[in-house]
Structure formats: structure tokens, C-alpha cells
Design a protein around this ligand. Structure first.
Ligand SMILES: C[S@@+](CC[C@H](N)C(=O)[O-])C[C@H]1O[C@@H](n2cnc3c(N)ncnc32)[C@H](O)[C@@H]1O
Length: 263
């Protein structure tokens, strides 16, 4: 099921997003998160999937919680200092044990790159959010067909067998969360940043929920994807970019701030 909506995500021959400067590729997550944190006075930050802490350490919120079953830095030394709480566990176990009254203002989801885990992380995180919480979700835009493999080793081995080693990018099938959000979480709006670093999707509650004909059509596309999830492959993704609402970083961030629910 397609519509005449030309993808606005441009891919070059190496299948990376074009028009990026090297400086954009460093620190793009923290840059986007800090812009939003400053704009909405977010103080309570949650990051699922922290790894080396390169983003976590740079986010400027007074209270920061990070979750990872396999931290790649000396997390125990940082834990408990300057409002930092680090939990060496999976996101499922973290949410299971989390006090139901705990709420976050800004949430970065960057854990396991499968759609089931990422969607579960979002749904769990939603129950610890408020009307103005903003979510940033990584890995929603695969850079090539190899990148969509659910297994990271298979992704890298297949790509290397054709093009040689050296490209470590892996997004899994996280892209499949967009149809799920479209159908099951229509109260949320999405915008996917496609310039100035790795693409990422923003999720927030807009002031006014509207059901335009275009949105209804997208919901139908999303429903098809859910009913045929195995067939929603990389070609489906390329053919259905409109579901992701691809925008420049500036446009996407402005859109969030201009339409975020008022309390
Ligand atoms: C791409 S890295 C995160 C990068 C980090 N957010 C940053 O911006 O620097 C993904 C991390 O997710 C973690 N991870 C994998 N499965 C997870 C799970 N079930 N729950 C939480 N984190 C998980 C991995 O251990 C890995 O460190």
C-alpha cells in the first residue's frame, strides 16, 4: 500500500545520510537532548542503553538515571554523584523494579536494537512520563539493508562480505516501532531528524490531536505493516518514509516546542 509521497530522506551511494559535516557526527544526541532540556526546563532525565556514557555524561539535567546491563566505563565510580543514578541491569528489570511514582521529563531510548524491546521500553517509559515528557528514540532509520538484521554480528559479517570490513553501523529492526506507535499510540506525534548526525525519532504529546486525511492514510499504512510485520522489510521502510515524518534537526526540534502540550 503506497501513496505518492516521495521520500525526503536522501541516501548517497554508501547509504549514509548526505550533507553531514564531521562535527555533526559527534555528540548529536547530547546536543538535541540539551536543546530540549533547556527549552522545557527538564530536570529528570532517563537514558536506556548507556554504553560508554558518551551521551549520558554530556546531558545537562540535575537528575540523571542510566540503565545498561553492560556498561563500558567505570559506572560504579560515577553512581550516586551529582544526581547520577546508574543501574547495571536490563531495561525490563529496571522498569519492573521502578517505583510507580517515578516520573521523567526527558527520555532517551537507545538500548537493544529490536522493535519488540524498543517498543516495550517506550511503553514502560510512557507509564513514567507526564503530558510534557519528550522522548528521543535512536536507531529508527536503518542506513542500509544489512543494518536491519536483528543480529549485530550477522549485519556486520554480511556487509563486510560484500563491501569489506570497517562500517560498524547497526540499527536492527527498530524502524518497525513507527507503525506500532502510529496505530497504538495516536495521541503521540512523531518527527524523525534526518540531518546533522544519526537519524533519531522524537515522540511527544501535541496540544491538539488532529485526524487529517493524510494521518488516516498513514494509520492504514501502519496497520498493514503490523498485520504483515515480517514483510515490512527495508524496501517497505523506504517506501513508507512519510510515516516517520522526516525533518531537519531544526524543523523537528521547533515542531516539538511549538506543539508540545501546555499545562
Ligand atoms: C548504542 S549503545 C548506547 C549508546 C549511548 N546511548 C550513547 O549515546 O552513547 C546500546 C547499549 O544498549 C545496551 N543494551 C542492550 N540491551 C539492553 C537492554 N535490554 N536494556 C538496557 N540496555 C541494553 C547495550 O549494552 C549497549 O551498551
Amino acid at each position: 500500500m503506497t501513496k505518492d509521497c516521495t521520500p525526503s530522506l536522501q541516501l548517497n551511494n554508501s547509504n549514509s545520510v548526505v550533507g553531514q559535516k564531521d562535527s555533526d557526527l559527534q555528540g548529536y544526541s547530547a546536543r538535541r537532548l540539551n536543546f530540549l532540556a533547556n527549552a522545557v526546563n527538564a530536570t529528570r532525565y532517563l537514558e536506556i542503553g548507556v554504553e560508554t556514557g558518551s551521551t549520558f555524561k554530556d546531558v545537562s539535567c540535575s537528575s540523571k538515571t542510566g540503565v545498561d546491563p553492560c556498561f563500558l566505563f567505570d559506572w560504579e565510580t560515577c553512581n550516586g554523584t551529582n544526581g547520577v543514578k546508574l543501574l547495571n541491569t536490563t531495561s525490563d528489570l529496571f522498569f519492573h523494579d521502578l517505583d510507580p511514582g517515578t516520573v521523567f521529563d526527558l527520555i532517551f531510548i537507545d538500548g537493544l536494537h529490536t522493535f519488540e524491546q524498543t517498543y516495550r521500553d517506550i511503553i514502560h517509559a510512557v507509564s513514567h512520563s507526564h503530558a510534557r515528557t519528550i522522548f528521543l528514540i535512536d536507531d529508527t532509520v536503518p542506513c542500509d539493508v544489512f543494518s536491519t538484521c536483528r543480529n549485530q554480528d550477522q549485519c556486520l559479517n554480511l556487509r563486510a562480505s560484500l563491501y569489506g570490513p570497517g562500517d560498524p553501523r547497526w540499527h536492527g529492526d527498530t524502524y518497525k516501532i513507527l507503525p506500532l506507535l502510529s496505530v497504538f499510540n495516536p495521541e503521540y506525534e512523531v518527527a524523525t531528524i534526518i540531518d546533522n548526525g544519526n537519524p533519531q525519532t522524537l515522540l511527544w504529546r501535541p496540544q491538539v490531536e488532529s485526524a487529517s486525511a493524510d494521518q488516516q492514510f498513514r494509520a492504514m499504512q501502519a496497520m498493514w505493516a503490523i498485520q504483515n510485520l515480517a514483510a515490512a522489510d527495508y524496501l517497505w521502510f523506504l517506501d513508507n518514509l512519510a510515516l516517520y515524518n522526516p525533518l531537519s534537526e531544526q524543523e523537528a526540534l521547533e515542531k516539538v516546542l511549538n506543539t508540545l502540550i501546555q499545562c
